[in-house]
Design a protein around this ligand. Structure first.
Ligand code: GLN
Length: 480
């Protein structure tokens, strides 16, 4: 009898195809875990018990010798902000509590075309606004490593479930760090690709010029494999690029070591706010990279410090516009017949406090008289940050640093202080501001056994290089 808890993605693919393991058996195991451990962690908004049928179909096809996809029979999870046809999709907000998605997101379709079995829709911060999972209209998610702590956010359920061994990979979304930061706080890999590489079609919009579907996995190799499946031009999303998707998985083997890789280390990353345990683990990793042939280059990019301010003006502005559709008529719940009364009541009653806060911030930043000072100014600084980062990539292959300034924090520790919470994103937002790809890998644990994330960022559409370097870095971290 195989120990199903030990089977990871590639082994599962192999065993299922060779008929040594039935997808039904594997999916049943993961569903059980989702319904027990997953519920205890509050990692799921909806567990899809019927997905067992899909697993049976895959087994049947394999038995009949029919062609199956690359992810045939593999259990995975999807953040509840991505539309799944015929299935409740809530964005973790009470306003969409009973909303059934009329179509599926492109990334979801692509996974299903390859035979993946979605076992559940994971909890998150409402509309993906948050860095801890605590803002969810369905209650906070707990970190499986220490239940008194947050798993990070906004893809809280994605990270918590995967770290608890539920599903073999998880799909999240990253607007300012929501895949990388929870991956960091739960000891996983989190990949956010170039803006426009993965389709946003069917992703309930947070900030449209930042949103990017992403992957949480146990290893870089797994992330590369999944990314190759979900990436690409989509006629339903005009912001996707018409560039061929590289063979990320195969290309991993082309980068054999870190020899001569130019690693930029921005000194601003280590100046303030970073905790000692994170700093030490990150610096140790940089030293290891150097020992393994990488060329470490100290760089200075003072403008990186403006990232948080720019992000928290532009993102709420886009949010305030995107949220206008929740008027109690088109989506969500109706409370009254009178249009204005209905609008006011629905939004007051069903939108979570953080959602309201962001609508107010954004409406203010866009309002006549303030738009020049806030929105337009921040847009100009966004261009400047992007240019300066691009300039830097002429000198270095990658920029490295911490993913989060601190390890997983206690539930409630920052929830009453939005500004302290916003600082959780200090290292992640610049990749979204510039549209660059970035990945978080685990680089160790602190004394309490809490994971620490290491972030690597590279220039736009250089995912193959980023993944290759990340895979090598992961290897040298694990070796010692
Ligand atoms: N923590 C960030 C925020 O609250 C990032 C959110 C995200 O990437 N979805 O905006």
């Amino acid at each position: 009898m195989k120990d199903l808890s030990k089977i990871r993605l590639f082994e599962a693919i192999d065993l299922i195809k060779k008929q040594k393991l039935k997808s039904e058996e594997l999916v049943r195991y993961h569903l059980e875990l989702a319904n027990t451990k997953g519920k205890d962690l509050n990692a799921f908004i909806t567990v899809l018990d019927d997905s067992i049928e899909k697993a049976r179909e895959v087994d049947q096809k394999i038995q009949e010798g029919k062609k199956v996809g690359l992810l045939a029979g593999i259990p995975c999870t999807v953040k509840d902000i991505l539309m799944t046809k015929g299935i409740r999709t809530t964005a973790a907000s009470k306003i969409l509590k009973d909303f059934i998605a009329p179509y599926s997101a492109t990334v979801v379709e692509k996974l299903e075309e390859e035979g993946a079995v979605i076992i559940g829709k994971t909890n998150c911060d409402p509309f993906a606004y948050g860095a801890s999972g605590e803002n969810s209209g369905f209650g906070p998610t707990l970190n499986p490593i220490d239940n008194t702590r947050v798993p990070g956010g906004s893809s809280s359920g994605a990270a918590a479930s995967l770290a608890a061994g539920i599903g073999l990979f998880a799909i999240g979304t990253d607007t300012g760090g929501s895949v990388r930061q929870p991956a960091s706080l739960c000891g996983l890999v989190g990949l956010k690709v170039t803006y426009g590489r993965n389709s946003r079609y069917g992703l309930i919009a947070m900030a449209s010029s930042f949103d990017t579907p992403g992957i949480l996995s146990h290893t870089v190799r797994e992330a590369a494999f999944i990314e190759e499946i979900i990436a690409g031009k989509d006629s339903k999303d005009a912001t996707t690029y018409d560039l061929p998707v590289e063979n990320y998985f195969k290309k991993l083997n082309e980068i054999k070591n870190l020899d001569k890789v130019k690693v930029g280390v921005p000194k601003q990353y280590f100046e303030q706010g970073i905790t000692q345990d994170v700093k030490q683990a990150v610096q140790k990793t940089i030293t290891k990279m150097k020992k393994n042939g990488a060329e470490i280059i100290d760089v200075s990019l003072p403008i990186l410090k403006q990232g948080i301010s720019v992000y928290y003006i532009l993102v709420p502005s886009e949010i305030s516009s995107n949220m206008a559709r929740y008027d109690g008529i088109r989506f969500g719940r109706k409370e009254e017949d009178n249009y204005m009364q209905n609008l006011l009541k629905t939004r007051s009653k069903y939108l979570e406090p953080e959602v309201k806060r962001r609508i107010m911030l954004g409406t203010y930043a866009l309002s006549a008289g303030y738009a020049d000072e806030y929105y337009k100014h921040a847009s100009r600084v966004r261009v400047k940050i992007t240019r300066e980062i691009m300039e830097l990539f002429k000198e270095v292959d990658i920029l490295v640093g911490p993913t989060s300034p601190f390890v997983a924090f206690k539930l409630g520790e920052k929830s009453n202080d939005p500004l302290a919470m916003y600082l959780a994103d200090v290292y992640t937002v610049n990749a979204n501001i510039a549209g660059c790809p970035a990945i978080s890998i685990n680089c160790g644990y602190n004394k309490e056994g809490l994971p620490i994330g290491f972030q690597i960022m590279s220039e736009k559409f250089s995912e193959a290089k980023l993944l290759g370097i990340a895979a090598n870095t992961e290897k040298i971290i694990n070796e010692s």
